[in-house]
Design a protein around this ligand. Structure first.
Ligand code: NAP
Length: 293
């Protein structure tokens, strides 16, 4: 099949923020004929159909993927293996399966446990999202000018990889490839650690006696820093568990640096504090400039 041919039937298992946004983006790009949703709750699938995100849905996941040439699994990491098990009997031989999970080592383990070393499985992760969840929060521009990381395995077929690359490019994303282990290290530092810190800070402050007053007088900085603590707790529990090794290493490094920073505050070392802040500001300014078109 030529990589540019439209997808005849796309199955999306887990039509939430990411699955729903992908469906919308592919439909807008005119590269998919039929979209079938699969999931666990009829109410959200019915809502997805009502919104025009999917054409129809099936609660039986093997039925949802039967006849699909492309299957995207968009469920929380803790549900990946059971979803792979449920779809396996319905997959066509030529179907390509990909996922959008935020950690890759665990998904690869789950996929291999169910499918074996199967050439048509392509692990993926769009670096795009918001703190909102569910199909109501999905929108077609979510992936535009964002990166999608694919972590192909030694057994992954080039044609399957190219097809999934093409699918993401159709949404306006830039596709990069790396190993699953490298992905998990990088994302532990840039995404999983910041989420853990934001949840931890808000939870800690909420237990202080004066928490009502603290939140009442919290300004924009607090809101900016803690926005991601409004993300879905189940999803983030799963991410922290799935990537616990790399996340623990990132946490250890950060804890050491935080202890050094605390010592500077305690000793009143203004010069050293300013140096840390200067260095951080320069790094962030460079990073923000890099993101701008
Ligand atoms: P979401 O909006 O909560 O959507 C998850 C979907 O999966 C919902 O439709 C949910 O159905 C369904 N689901 C949950 N458990 C299921 C199960 N056991 N069997 C079948 N369906 C199930 O979450 P999301 O933000 O799209 O995240 C989905 C995946 O994308 C996760 O693996 C996450 O790591 C990854 N990801 C998220 C982001 C982000 O910023 N949000 C970014 C990149 C990647 P119900 O309606 O029944 O709950």
């Amino acid at each position: 099949m030529r990589p540019s041919a439209a997808i005849e039937q796309l199955a999306i298992i887990g039509v939430g923020l990411i699955g729903g946004s992908l469906a919308r983006a592919l439909r807008n790009a005119g590269v998919v004929k039929t979209i079938v949703g699969g999931g666990r709750s009829e109410a959200s699938l019915a809502r997805a159909r009502e919104l025009g995100v999917i054409d129809r849905y099936e609660l039986d996941l093997a039925a949802a993927v039967s006849g699909a040439d492309m299957v995207v699994v968009g469920v929380p990491l803790g549900a990946m293996r059971s979803v792979f098990e449920a779809i396996a009997p319905g997959l066509r031989d030529a179907a390509i399966v990909t996922d959008v999970g935020s950690a890759k080592g665990s998904v690869v383990e789950d996929a291999r446990a169910v499918f074996g070393e199967w050439p048509n499985f392509v692990p993926g992760h769009p670096i795009a999202g918001t703190e909102r969840s569910g199909v109501e929060a999905s929108f077609s521009e979510l992936f535009q000018r964002r990166r999608v990381i694919l972590t192909p395995l030694p057994e992954t077929a080039t044609a399957a990889l190219q097809r999934v690359r093409w699918l993401w490019q159709a949404t306006g994303a830039e596709v990069v490839e790396m190993s699953a282990a490298h992905h998990d290290e990088v994302l532990a530092a840039t995404s999983h650690l910041p989420h853990l810190l934001a949840y931890g800070l808000v939870e800690s402050l909420s237990r202080w006696d004066s928490s009502q007053e603290i939140f009442q007088f919290a300004a924009g900085g607090f809101r900016d820093f803690t926005r991601i603590a409004s993300s879905d707790p189940v999803m983030w529990r799963d991410i922290c568990l799935a990537n616990r090794e790399a996340l623990s290493a990132a946490l250890d490094r950060y804890t050491e640096d935080l202890a050094r920073l605390a010592a500077l505050v305690r000793s009143g070392d203004g010069q050293a504090l300013e140096q840390v802040f200067q260095h951080a500001k320069q790094a962030r300014d460079r990073f923000v400039a890099m993101l701008e078109p």
